[in-house]
Design a protein around this ligand. Structure first.
Ligand SMILES: [Zn+2]
Length: 282
Protein backbone atom coordinates (compact mmCIF):
# COMPACT_ATOMS: atom_id res chain seq x y z
CA UNK A 1 0.00 0.00 0.00
CA UNK A 2 2.77 2.35 1.09
CA UNK A 3 4.82 1.72 -2.07
CA UNK A 4 1.74 1.75 -4.33
CA UNK A 5 0.72 5.19 -3.02
CA UNK A 6 4.30 6.45 -3.35
CA UNK A 7 4.52 5.20 -6.95
CA UNK A 8 1.10 6.71 -7.74
CA UNK A 9 2.04 10.13 -6.34
CA UNK A 10 5.42 10.02 -8.04
CA UNK A 11 3.69 9.37 -11.38
CA UNK A 12 0.70 11.62 -10.92
CA UNK A 13 1.80 14.67 -8.90
CA UNK A 14 2.27 16.96 -11.90
CA UNK A 15 -0.94 15.95 -13.76
CA UNK A 16 -2.82 16.32 -10.43
CA UNK A 17 -1.41 19.81 -9.84
CA UNK A 18 -2.16 20.91 -13.40
CA UNK A 19 -5.73 19.58 -13.07
CA UNK A 20 -6.26 21.60 -9.85
CA UNK A 21 -4.70 24.69 -11.46
CA UNK A 22 -6.94 24.43 -14.54
CA UNK A 23 -10.07 23.83 -12.43
CA UNK A 24 -9.35 26.93 -10.31
CA UNK A 25 -8.56 29.04 -13.40
CA UNK A 26 -11.94 28.05 -14.86
CA UNK A 27 -13.75 28.85 -11.59
CA UNK A 28 -11.93 32.20 -11.38
CA UNK A 29 -13.16 32.97 -14.89
CA UNK A 30 -16.81 32.10 -14.32
CA UNK A 31 -17.31 32.58 -10.54
CA UNK A 32 -14.67 35.13 -9.44
CA UNK A 33 -14.85 36.72 -6.01
CA UNK A 34 -13.53 40.06 -7.34
CA UNK A 35 -15.23 40.69 -10.67
CA UNK A 36 -14.11 42.65 -13.70
CA UNK A 37 -10.36 42.15 -13.42
CA UNK A 38 -8.40 43.05 -16.53
CA UNK A 39 -5.04 41.85 -17.79
CA UNK A 40 -5.28 38.43 -16.13
CA UNK A 41 -3.24 36.77 -18.89
CA UNK A 42 -0.26 39.15 -18.64
CA UNK A 43 -0.48 39.06 -14.83
CA UNK A 44 -0.38 35.23 -14.92
CA UNK A 45 2.38 35.07 -17.54
CA UNK A 46 4.66 37.25 -15.39
CA UNK A 47 4.19 34.84 -12.51
CA UNK A 48 4.74 31.84 -14.81
CA UNK A 49 7.99 33.44 -15.98
CA UNK A 50 9.20 33.82 -12.38
CA UNK A 51 8.32 30.18 -11.71
CA UNK A 52 10.26 28.93 -14.76
CA UNK A 53 13.25 31.02 -13.74
CA UNK A 54 13.11 29.56 -10.21
CA UNK A 55 12.96 26.00 -11.58
CA UNK A 56 15.93 26.80 -13.86
CA UNK A 57 17.96 28.13 -10.92
CA UNK A 58 16.91 25.65 -8.21
CA UNK A 59 15.43 22.59 -9.96
CA UNK A 60 18.51 20.54 -9.10
CA UNK A 61 17.74 20.99 -5.37
CA UNK A 62 14.38 19.22 -5.84
CA UNK A 63 16.16 16.25 -7.46
CA UNK A 64 18.78 16.25 -4.69
CA UNK A 65 16.10 16.41 -1.96
CA UNK A 66 14.26 13.40 -3.44
CA UNK A 67 17.53 11.46 -3.63
CA UNK A 68 18.35 12.29 0.00
CA UNK A 69 14.87 11.19 1.16
CA UNK A 70 15.50 7.76 -0.42
CA UNK A 71 19.04 7.58 1.04
CA UNK A 72 17.73 8.55 4.51
CA UNK A 73 15.43 5.51 4.46
CA UNK A 74 18.17 3.18 3.15
CA UNK A 75 20.89 4.34 5.55
CA UNK A 76 18.67 5.27 8.53
CA UNK A 77 19.90 8.80 9.06
CA UNK A 78 17.88 11.71 10.43
CA UNK A 79 16.12 12.16 13.80
CA UNK A 80 12.99 10.20 12.83
CA UNK A 81 15.19 7.19 12.00
CA UNK A 82 16.77 7.10 15.46
CA UNK A 83 13.76 5.23 16.84
CA UNK A 84 11.84 2.37 15.26
CA UNK A 85 8.52 3.90 14.23
CA UNK A 86 5.60 2.35 12.35
CA UNK A 87 5.91 3.60 8.76
CA UNK A 88 2.59 5.49 8.96
CA UNK A 89 3.79 7.43 12.04
CA UNK A 90 7.09 8.14 10.28
CA UNK A 91 5.23 9.56 7.26
CA UNK A 92 2.86 11.69 9.40
CA UNK A 93 5.74 13.09 11.49
CA UNK A 94 7.71 13.81 8.31
CA UNK A 95 4.71 15.69 6.90
CA UNK A 96 4.36 17.71 10.12
CA UNK A 97 8.09 18.56 10.22
CA UNK A 98 8.03 19.81 6.62
CA UNK A 99 5.05 22.05 7.39
CA UNK A 100 6.46 23.30 10.71
CA UNK A 101 9.74 24.32 9.05
CA UNK A 102 7.76 26.01 6.27
CA UNK A 103 5.78 27.94 8.92
CA UNK A 104 9.01 28.98 10.67
CA UNK A 105 10.69 30.13 7.47
CA UNK A 106 7.58 32.08 6.44
CA UNK A 107 7.47 33.82 9.83
CA UNK A 108 11.18 34.68 9.57
CA UNK A 109 10.57 35.99 6.04
CA UNK A 110 8.34 38.65 7.60
CA UNK A 111 10.60 39.43 10.57
CA UNK A 112 14.13 39.40 9.10
CA UNK A 113 14.63 42.46 6.84
CA UNK A 114 16.86 40.64 4.33
CA UNK A 115 14.33 37.80 3.92
CA UNK A 116 11.43 40.29 3.73
CA UNK A 117 13.16 41.96 0.75
CA UNK A 118 12.74 38.66 -1.14
CA UNK A 119 9.32 37.76 0.25
CA UNK A 120 7.76 41.16 -0.50
CA UNK A 121 7.78 40.21 -4.20
CA UNK A 122 5.04 37.69 -3.34
CA UNK A 123 3.14 40.22 -1.21
CA UNK A 124 3.20 43.14 -3.63
CA UNK A 125 0.40 41.54 -5.70
CA UNK A 126 -2.77 43.59 -5.23
CA UNK A 127 -4.76 41.30 -7.55
CA UNK A 128 -4.42 37.95 -5.87
CA UNK A 129 -5.35 34.96 -7.99
CA UNK A 130 -4.29 31.35 -8.43
CA UNK A 131 -1.15 32.38 -10.36
CA UNK A 132 0.13 34.37 -7.34
CA UNK A 133 1.36 30.99 -6.00
CA UNK A 134 4.12 31.20 -8.64
CA UNK A 135 5.05 34.80 -7.78
CA UNK A 136 8.19 33.95 -5.86
CA UNK A 137 11.55 35.63 -6.41
CA UNK A 138 14.06 32.99 -7.65
CA UNK A 139 16.30 33.73 -4.64
CA UNK A 140 13.39 33.07 -2.27
CA UNK A 141 12.58 29.89 -4.20
CA UNK A 142 16.20 28.83 -3.69
CA UNK A 143 16.01 29.54 0.08
CA UNK A 144 12.72 27.62 0.44
CA UNK A 145 14.08 24.56 -1.37
CA UNK A 146 17.36 24.57 0.60
CA UNK A 147 15.35 24.67 3.85
CA UNK A 148 13.26 21.73 2.66
CA UNK A 149 16.41 19.79 1.76
CA UNK A 150 17.88 20.45 5.23
CA UNK A 151 14.60 19.33 6.85
CA UNK A 152 14.71 16.06 4.91
CA UNK A 153 18.32 15.44 5.98
CA UNK A 154 17.86 16.51 9.63
CA UNK A 155 14.67 14.51 10.24
CA UNK A 156 15.06 11.69 7.71
CA UNK A 157 11.74 12.61 6.07
CA UNK A 158 10.55 9.63 3.99
CA UNK A 159 9.85 9.95 0.28
CA UNK A 160 6.11 9.32 0.74
CA UNK A 161 5.87 12.26 3.17
CA UNK A 162 7.74 14.46 0.71
CA UNK A 163 5.41 13.50 -2.15
CA UNK A 164 2.26 13.86 -0.02
CA UNK A 165 3.45 17.26 1.19
CA UNK A 166 4.15 18.43 -2.37
CA UNK A 167 0.65 17.48 -3.51
CA UNK A 168 -1.28 18.64 -0.42
CA UNK A 169 0.59 21.90 0.17
CA UNK A 170 0.52 22.90 -3.51
CA UNK A 171 -3.23 22.16 -3.74
CA UNK A 172 -3.77 24.16 -0.56
CA UNK A 173 -1.62 27.08 -1.80
CA UNK A 174 -3.45 27.19 -5.15
CA UNK A 175 -6.83 27.32 -3.36
CA UNK A 176 -5.60 29.89 -0.79
CA UNK A 177 -4.58 32.39 -3.49
CA UNK A 178 -7.45 31.86 -5.93
CA UNK A 179 -9.82 34.73 -6.65
CA UNK A 180 -12.67 32.66 -5.21
CA UNK A 181 -14.60 32.59 -2.00
CA UNK A 182 -15.68 29.63 0.10
CA UNK A 183 -18.86 30.04 2.16
CA UNK A 184 -17.83 31.66 5.47
CA UNK A 185 -18.87 28.64 7.50
CA UNK A 186 -16.85 26.25 5.30
CA UNK A 187 -13.80 28.54 5.49
CA UNK A 188 -14.06 28.68 9.31
CA UNK A 189 -14.44 24.90 9.64
CA UNK A 190 -11.54 24.35 7.27
CA UNK A 191 -9.33 26.68 9.32
CA UNK A 192 -9.47 24.30 12.29
CA UNK A 193 -7.21 21.95 10.32
CA UNK A 194 -5.93 23.59 7.15
CA UNK A 195 -4.90 27.15 6.31
CA UNK A 196 -8.09 28.36 4.64
CA UNK A 197 -8.33 30.79 1.69
CA UNK A 198 -9.88 33.37 4.05
CA UNK A 199 -6.95 33.06 6.47
CA UNK A 200 -4.45 33.48 3.66
CA UNK A 201 -6.25 36.50 2.21
CA UNK A 202 -5.84 38.18 5.62
CA UNK A 203 -2.12 37.35 5.36
CA UNK A 204 -2.02 39.24 2.02
CA UNK A 205 -3.63 42.37 3.53
CA UNK A 206 -1.76 45.61 2.98
CA UNK A 207 -2.06 46.38 6.72
CA UNK A 208 1.02 45.03 8.46
CA UNK A 209 -0.76 43.90 11.64
CA UNK A 210 -2.83 41.58 9.43
CA UNK A 211 0.03 40.58 7.11
CA UNK A 212 2.05 39.39 10.09
CA UNK A 213 -0.48 36.63 10.91
CA UNK A 214 -1.59 33.31 9.38
CA UNK A 215 1.80 32.04 8.23
CA UNK A 216 0.79 28.37 7.88
CA UNK A 217 1.26 26.74 4.49
CA UNK A 218 -0.78 23.55 4.90
CA UNK A 219 -1.92 23.14 8.51
CA UNK A 220 -3.54 25.95 10.53
CA UNK A 221 -2.43 24.39 13.82
CA UNK A 222 0.91 26.21 13.93
CA UNK A 223 -0.77 29.62 13.81
CA UNK A 224 -3.20 28.62 16.54
CA UNK A 225 -0.42 27.07 18.61
CA UNK A 226 2.02 30.00 18.32
CA UNK A 227 -0.54 32.81 18.58
CA UNK A 228 -0.35 34.08 15.00
CA UNK A 229 -3.87 33.03 13.96
CA UNK A 230 -6.22 35.75 12.80
CA UNK A 231 -9.80 35.00 11.88
CA UNK A 232 -10.86 36.33 8.46
CA UNK A 233 -13.66 38.89 8.30
CA UNK A 234 -17.04 37.58 7.18
CA UNK A 235 -17.11 39.68 4.00
CA UNK A 236 -13.42 39.09 3.15
CA UNK A 237 -13.25 42.79 2.29
CA UNK A 238 -9.46 43.04 2.52
CA UNK A 239 -7.15 45.58 0.88
CA UNK A 240 -4.46 43.45 -0.76
CA UNK A 241 -0.84 44.10 -1.75
CA UNK A 242 1.79 46.54 -0.49
CA UNK A 243 1.10 50.28 -0.77
CA UNK A 244 4.79 51.11 -1.26
CA UNK A 245 5.18 48.65 -4.18
CA UNK A 246 1.88 49.33 -5.94
CA UNK A 247 3.35 51.49 -8.74
CA UNK A 248 3.38 49.82 -12.21
CA UNK A 249 7.20 49.81 -12.34
CA UNK A 250 7.24 47.31 -9.47
CA UNK A 251 4.69 45.07 -11.17
CA UNK A 252 6.51 44.43 -14.48
CA UNK A 253 8.58 41.25 -14.85
CA UNK A 254 11.77 43.27 -14.42
CA UNK A 255 10.22 45.16 -11.50
CA UNK A 256 9.39 41.88 -9.73
CA UNK A 257 12.97 40.65 -10.18
CA UNK A 258 14.40 43.97 -8.94
CA UNK A 259 11.98 44.55 -6.02
CA UNK A 260 14.36 43.02 -3.41
CA UNK A 261 17.06 45.51 -4.44
CA UNK A 262 14.90 48.64 -4.67
CA UNK A 263 14.05 51.12 -1.94
CA UNK A 264 10.48 52.39 -2.18
CA UNK A 265 9.84 56.12 -1.91
CA UNK A 266 7.48 55.79 1.02
CA UNK A 267 8.26 53.60 4.03
CA UNK A 268 5.96 50.75 4.85
CA UNK A 269 2.89 52.33 6.45
CA UNK A 270 2.68 52.17 10.22
CA UNK A 271 -0.02 49.90 11.62
CA UNK A 272 -3.34 51.74 11.46
CA UNK A 273 -6.01 51.48 14.11
CA UNK A 274 -7.44 47.95 14.18
CA UNK A 275 -9.88 47.33 11.37
CA UNK A 276 -13.24 46.37 12.79
CA UNK A 277 -13.81 44.07 9.81
CA UNK A 278 -11.26 41.54 11.07
CA UNK A 279 -12.17 39.62 14.20
CA UNK A 280 -9.16 38.63 16.32
CA UNK A 281 -9.11 35.09 17.65
CA UNK A 282 -11.11 34.71 20.84
ZN1 LIG B 1 4.00 36.04 3.70
Amino acid sequence: MHFELEAFLDRSQFPLMIAVLVLLLVLETYRPFVRGRRGRLVHGLRHGGLFLLSIGVSGFIIVLTNTLAVRAAEHHFGLLNLVALPSLVHVVLGLLMLDLVSYGLHLLSHKVPLLWRLHRVHHSDAELDVTTVFRLHPLEGFAVLVCQLLTVVAFGVPMLALLLYAVLSTTSALLQHANLRLPTRVDRWMSWVFTSPGMHHVHHSRHVEETDTNYGRLFAWWDRLFGTYRMPPEDLDIELGLAEFAAPRYQSFRGLLMTPFMTPEAPRPAPPAPKPAVVPVQ
